[in-house]
Write a protein that binds this ligand. Structure first.
Ligand code: GLU
Length: 476
């Protein structure tokens, strides 16, 4: 249970923001201008379904227009409300600034349980919502570009893109009105996995810095680390899968709606994912122990805790019991401001949401650029790159023959080196570079300023600094 004195999600974001700006020297008034949400549009619309009219409530909130378009996902969930959408829009502003995606921050939500409606009904509802937003330029390639979030995915983005195109038949850039689309509707390779992949790259970068590992009271590398993941949706699933398959992590706990699975020897992420797809939950999964009270597993002894679902799951009621020395916020706002303080005092290191889950919007940025340039990344260069590499490999081949037993090419070298980078390789490379650079920017503040004692404050300092610079350049 969340304690009654717990701040709301938006208040939490404001508290964290205020903590950071107190360390900055912003001109009077600018602090307030950056903090407030510029506008929130609420729409109530009716759709005739199952023989009657159903009224739905949706929001699109624009936090900051210091850069346009503004960017941020659209969430379909019953818990959607104005406070939540505004908090999420603010986080988008800071997230985009931190990873240098040239956007302001926005977010949308529709109060709906997507599981209650069939595909055709959902399409009608989504199209109607998109129509309401597009006619007010709240979906627009140069003003406001939505993306997937909780409860939405590429299917919904394809409907939104098509709805916008029908309303703007002569707009050559119409595909850039939304990101996270399927490949055949103008999407980009690697977008679906992007947020989870970003979480993996963030952890890899953290473990490149011995000083930071020590700050969390840890040692070694990612190999063998015990990881508990909360939420096996798109983000949690990809993060857990990559950490397990590529970095040698042991997934010792998976928390879902209907309880949790635990196994200190490691749980097969792929196996659990297919079980959930078939049975609707983790209950009954045969190869791990089921725990009825799923949230108690947040308090399980582990090395890395990955909250990858809802906001506010680590609160003043359970923060003191959290044992993980390192938390990476794959979700937006999973740790409340009150819990953040308790965890900081305990010495827990938190890799903050605005950085940890920025992989999604980073690859959205690449998709938007692809749509505006009307060409797939790598199309012009891939074969040329391969031809050059082949030249070099052929020369080395001669050396191989000449030197005989004294030297030979490693078996895989030829195949690996020859292959030119296609879109997926370029997207991963761009994402990795972004995650490394943003982490280094944050840690620089963390270690160089005495009054900056945590990564979240460091992240806010970097991003608020960038937003403030943009406002200054605008003459505000
Ligand atoms: N909904 C995602 C987020 O919270 C992605 C936003 C985007 O790609 O614009 O970051």
């Amino acid at each position: 249970m969340t304690p009654a004195n717990e701040p709301s999600f938006r208040e939490s974001v404001d508290i964290m923001f205020n903590r950071a700006v107190a360390l900055m020297d912003l001109p009077p008034g600018l602090e307030e201008k950056i903090r407030v949400c510029n506008a929130t549009y609420t729409v109530r619309f009716g759709v005739r379904l199952r023989g009657q009219i159903h009224t739905f409530t949706g929001y699109r909130s624009v936090h900051s227009e210091h850069m346009e378009p503004v960017k941020g996902g659209i969430r379909f969930a019953m818990g959607v409300n104005q406070d939540e959408v505004e908090a999420l829009a603010a986080l988008m502003t800071y997230k985009c600034a931190l990873v240098e995606a040239p956007f302001g921050g926005s977010k949308g939500g529709l109060r709906i349980d997507p599981r209650e409606w069939d595909e055709h009904e959902l399409e009608q509802i989504t199209r109607r919502f998109a129509y309401e937003l597009a006619k007010r330029d709240l979906i627009h390639p140069s003003q406001n570009v939505p993306a997937p979030d909780m409860g939405t995915g590429e299917r919904e983005m394809a409907w939104i893109a098509d709805q916008y195109r029908r309303m703007n038949t002569t707009d050559i850039n119409s595909r850039a009105c939304v990101t996270g689309k399927p490949i055949n509707a103008g999407g980009i390779q690697g977008r679906t996995e992007a947020t989870g992949r970003g979480v993996q790259y963030a952890l890899q970068e953290f473990f490149r810095h011995p000083e930071d590992i020590k700050a969390a009271g840890m040692s070694g590398t990612l190999d063998g680390k015990r990881v508990v993941v909360q939420g096996l949706g798109n983000v949690g699933y990809h993060a857990a899968k990559f950490l397990q398959e590529e970095d040698g992590c042991k997934i010792t706990g998976i928390i879902e709606r209907d309880g949790a699975l635990v196994d200190d020897d490691g749980i097969d992420v792929e196996g659990v994912r297919s079980w959930i797809a078939k049975h609707g939950g983790v209950t009954g999964y045969p190869n791990a122990t089921h725990v009825e009270d799923g949230s108690s597993v947040l308090e399980k002894d582990c090395d890395i805790l990955v909250p990858a679902a809802l906001e506010g799951v680590i609160h003043m009621g359970n923060a003191a019991n959290i044992k993980a020395p390192l938390i990476i916020e794959a979700a937006n706002g999973p740790v409340t401001a009150g819990a953040d303080e308790i965890l900081r005092e305990k010495g827990c290191v938190i890799i903050p949401d605005m950085y940890a889950n920025a992989g999604g919007v980073t690859v959205s940025y690449f998709e938007w650029v692809k749509n505006l340039s009307h060409i797939r990344f790598g199309r012009m260069s891939r074969r040329e790159e391969e031809a050059r590499n082949e030249l070099l490999v052929n020369e080395l081949n001669k050396l191989d023959v000449h030197l005989g037993d004294n030297w030979s090419m490693s078996p895989d070298f030829k195949k690996k080196y020859m292959r030119g980078a296609g879109e997926l390789e370029l997207v991963r490379s761009g994402l990795d570079d972004t995650m490394r650079a943003a982490y280094q920017g944050m840690r620089e503040k963390w270690h160089s300023q005495d009054n900056v004692t945590d990564l979240r404050t460091a992240a806010y300092l970097v991003s608020i600094g960038k937003v403030a610079d943009s406002y200054r350049a605008l003459g505000l």
